[in-house]
Design a protein around this ligand. Sequence first.
Ligand code: HEC
Ligand code: HEC
Ligand code: HEC
Ligand code: HEC
Ligand code: HEC
Ligand code: HEC
Ligand code: HEC
Length: 261
Amino acid sequence: MSRRRLLILAAMSAVLATGALALYDGQQADVALLQRQVSPGRLSAAHASLERNCAACHTPAKSAEGAKCIGCHVGNTALLQRQSTAFHATVGTCRGCHVEHQGLAVRPVTMTHAGLADIGLKSARQDADNETNRRLLAWMRQHDGSRTRTAAHPRVTTREAALDCASCHGTKDRHQSLFGRDCASCHATAAWTIPEFKHPSASSVNCVQCHQAPPSHSMMHFDMVSRNVARRPDARVDQCYQCHQTTSWNDIRGLGWYKHH
Ligand code: HEC
Ligand code: HEC
Ligand code: HEC
Ligand code: HEC
Ligand code: HEC
Ligand code: HEC
Ligand code: HEC
């Protein structure tokens, strides 16, 4: 913890210890001045209008509370309808992912999968009679700590591995389900790219092991257009390599860039 932050906390508890809790109710005349003295920093632009209203987010003697945030944000349907952020409907805790007091220029959003896992594990502990939760918690105990990794999930910590990636990212699956639901067996949480991945050579004939043909290839379109365009009247659908290159699906072998419509 930085020295500045420690000082701020000390100032904060001094205020609380002297019984000045009413500050948070915004009742007193000098409230704005005192509030600014203990505030760890300017709020984000989105919340700038709350600069003098600490109680909008804070409850006396407690930190910022999820319930207060939810009070203002409960109706965000776009958020709840997006697969990766739908968890907002039940999460309850906002801390760890939504920072504040970092100044006007900083959007109050980060994403930590470890924090998410902590929230999940905490609620699993509160409902430990549930069979699924019991198994999860036993597994976590066995694989201790937040830093270790297992061979099955080499790129995420065991804590992150407690998450069901596909439940939030299934719609981002580039592999048409060919690689299964266990995204963390190959992926990390910081980025979907995998630096050490080298795509098989363009002379591979195994394309179909990792790629699935688009729906158009199982319709008349394949006979009438695709085969004609590629000038491969006899190629079967599963012989992607006969017509495609590895650069782009629109880079047709022997023809070059092709895009109809
Ligand atoms: C828009 C909501 C919001 C408002 C309004 C707000 N805060 Fe905060 N505050 C937060 C959040 C969220 C955190 C936790 C920050 C983090 O984890 O990065 C926090 C953290 C703090 C902390 C650090 C200690 C802790 O609990 O983590 C202090 C002290 C604090 N706020 C004081 C204030 C004061 C004083 C005001 C009024 C001037 C104020 N805050 C207004 C959201 C708010
Ligand atoms: C008094 C009402 C109120 C409270 C309390 C409140 N917010 Fe907000 N918040 C707003 C408004 C208004 C906006 C700006 C318009 C919008 O995005 O809906 C906003 C914006 C946001 C944004 C989007 C910011 C951006 O830059 O895109 C996030 C994230 C957010 N709030 C999270 C929180 C969290 C977490 C808390 C609790 C610590 C909280 N809010 C408390 C009213 C509130
Ligand atoms: C595990 C991390 C995490 C937790 C916990 C979390 N959020 Fe979020 N939240 C996100 C992420 C990631 C986004 C998407 C941000 C983006 O794409 O701009 C988001 C978006 C939002 C937005 C919409 C911002 C916008 O630009 O429209 C609001 C409002 C919000 N969260 C409020 C909350 C509240 C209230 C809580 C607590 C009940 C909460 N969040 C808990 C990670 C989290
Ligand atoms: C409860 C929902 C949830 C779960 C479970 C989850 N994530 Fe995420 N993940 C998010 C959110 C929210 C973001 C922020 C970006 C966004 O809004 O989509 C994100 C971002 C990411 C990103 C970065 C994307 C980018 O380009 O910034 C990667 C990679 C990722 N997650 C991988 C994983 C993996 C691997 C797992 C399983 C170990 C996992 N996630 C589990 C919600 C989740
Ligand atoms: C068997 C290993 C494996 C599994 C399992 C797997 N992927 Fe991938 N994925 C890869 C490889 C390899 C790449 C190519 C990475 C690159 O080009 O850097 C990739 C690429 C991606 C990309 C595009 C990255 C980019 O920006 O170029 C996304 C998105 C993605 N995967 C999502 C998922 C999701 C979601 C899941 C789980 C439902 C999943 N993957 C499961 C191996 C896997
Ligand atoms: C061992 C698995 C594997 C094999 C075999 C394979 N690929 Fe890939 N290919 C991937 C992965 C993983 C990606 C990155 C994720 C994605 O974009 O689908 C990718 C990406 C691509 C892309 C880029 C897609 C885009 O939109 O950017 C093309 C084109 C492609 N492959 C064509 C081929 C062709 C043609 C063959 C056969 C000659 C082939 N691949 C063989 C795994 C494989
Ligand atoms: C007979 C040649 C041929 C074969 C075999 C073939 N394709 Fe294609 N494919 C094409 C042509 C030509 C196009 C572009 C025009 C079109 O849609 O027909 C195309 C388009 C595509 C597209 C882009 C679709 C879009 O809507 O943008 C993808 C993805 C694709 N093919 C994947 C595959 C995969 C995966 C395989 C193997 C499982 C495969 N193709 C086998 C000729 C072929």
